[in-house]
Ligand binder design. Structure first.
Ligand code: SF4
Length: 375
């Protein structure tokens, strides 16, 4: 088995928990940061030899919430075990409010190459409806600081927010293009169990967007960003040429990756191992020298191959039949021949004999297709 060349680190701290968010994090618990770093140092020691890595991704939560000093401490720990190769992509997720002159200077200093900004919208009302604590000017200021410092800027945008209109989404897309970011991720708001938004929906206080509006917003995102020169390279992701997120591409290629921190899932090519999802439990167990693993999902060859179909079809490049057979040992026909035929007949996929790709219609309903191949 090859050593992983990709690593994810979960930083579970936020200033406040946004009403729609069900990620692994604690809000307003900065008192835990020191213990988290101590636990992370212990988990990193799980890797016996330093790994030379091509991509490193710090997600959360809000890694930028650690501040310049906290990031320095974190990178000092990471360096013991994760050694970025020359030209490595090193991404940090950031809240626009945390992006200051000091922050970008520290990013440069630490070898961070890319910042993924949780902007969500450039409309004040939409940001309020999403329970975010920043305003549009914070996003603009953050993007210019990042670009001026020579960092690659990726902007997250949200669609189907409560009260958001199609015109609002168009304006957000135009603003993202005008800001000059190299990468945009567009996510449709989801209503997760246990969130404040979901309770408000059940009480009738918040109303989800109609499905037809959701789809129109997604199609508008594709149209506008493609027209502006972005490549739609995965269902939710758009990049200017040369600026795809290499870390996510490694996930979608099903390459092995390491992962550290609460709720972080690592993959050795066959088994996905997820750390305990509660931040406090993960810290306590790790510091006590106990096993802080949550779920272990060991896939059979066939299950791993079926997963590969799903991640492959989410990508603009689609699935290459021959590469799939070489990588998995299964002909695509055996696992998904009937499903692909059905999708092609319904106009949801195209199949030129070598590649199978979803059409725009297929991408719109892609989440509903996977049950056909994951059986
Ligand atoms: S800032 Fe991001 S990770 Fe933190 S609560 Fe809000 S949506 Fe979730």
């Amino acid at each position: 088995m090859h050593h992983p060349r990709h690593a994810y680190v979960h930083v579970p701290f936020c200033r406040h928990r946004c009403g729609y968010c069900d990620f692994t994090l604690v809000a307003g618990r900065d008192d835990l940061i020191e213990r988290y770093l101590a636990a992370l140092a212990i988990e990193l020691a799980r890797v016996s030899e330093p790994l030379e890595i091509a991509t490193l991704y710090l997600g959360g939560g809000t890694p930028s919430h650690l501040g310049p000093g906290g990031l320095r401490k974190l990178f000092a720990l990471l360096r013991e075990r994760l050694v970025p190769a020359a030209g490595a992509e090193v991404t940090v997720e950031a809240n626009p409010l945390d992006v200051t002159g000091d922050f970008v200077a520290v990013c440069r200093d630490l070898g961070i190459t890319r910042v993924s900004l949780g902007g969500q919208s450039l409309d004040a009302a939409t940001l309020r409806s999403l329970d975010r604590d920043h305003v549009p000017d914070d996003v603009r200021r953050a993007v210019s600081l990042l670009l001026e410092a020579g960092l690659v800027a990726s902007l997250d945008l949200m669609t189907a927010a409560p009260g958001q209109t199609l015109v609002g989404v168009e304006a957000d897309l135009a603003a993202a293009v005008a800001l000059g970011v190299q990468h945009v991720s567009v996510y449709c708001l989801t209503w997760e169990r246990g969130t404040a938004f979901e309770s408000a929906r059940r009480r009738g206080d918040l109303v989800p967007a109609e499905e037809s509006l959701e789809q129109a917003m997604f199609e508008t995102a594709i149209d506008r960003l493609e027209a502006a020169g972005f490549e739609h390279y995965e269902v939710s992701n758009f990049a200017r040429p040369g600026f795809r997120c290499r870390h996510n591409e490694a996930y979608w290629d099903c390459r092995p990756w390491e992962a550290f921190g609460p709720g972080a899932a690592r993959f050795d090519g066959r088994t996905r191992t997820t750390n305990h999802r509660s931040t406090t439990t993960w810290i306590r167990k790790t510091l006590a020298g106990e096993d802080a693993t949550g779920d272990v999902d060991a896939m059979t060859d066939e299950q791993a191959a079926r997963e590969r179909i799903v991640v492959g079809l989410r990508r603009g490049d689609g699935l290459d039949r021959e590469a799939f057979r070489v990588q998995t040992g299964f002909p695509l026909e055996t696992l998904a021949g009937a499903a692909v035929e059905r999708w092609v007949a319904a106009g949801l996929a195209v199949d030129d004999g070598r590649h199978v790709r979803l059409t725009r219609g297929g991408l719109l309903v892609s989440d509903g297709l996977w049950a056909d191949v994951l059986t």
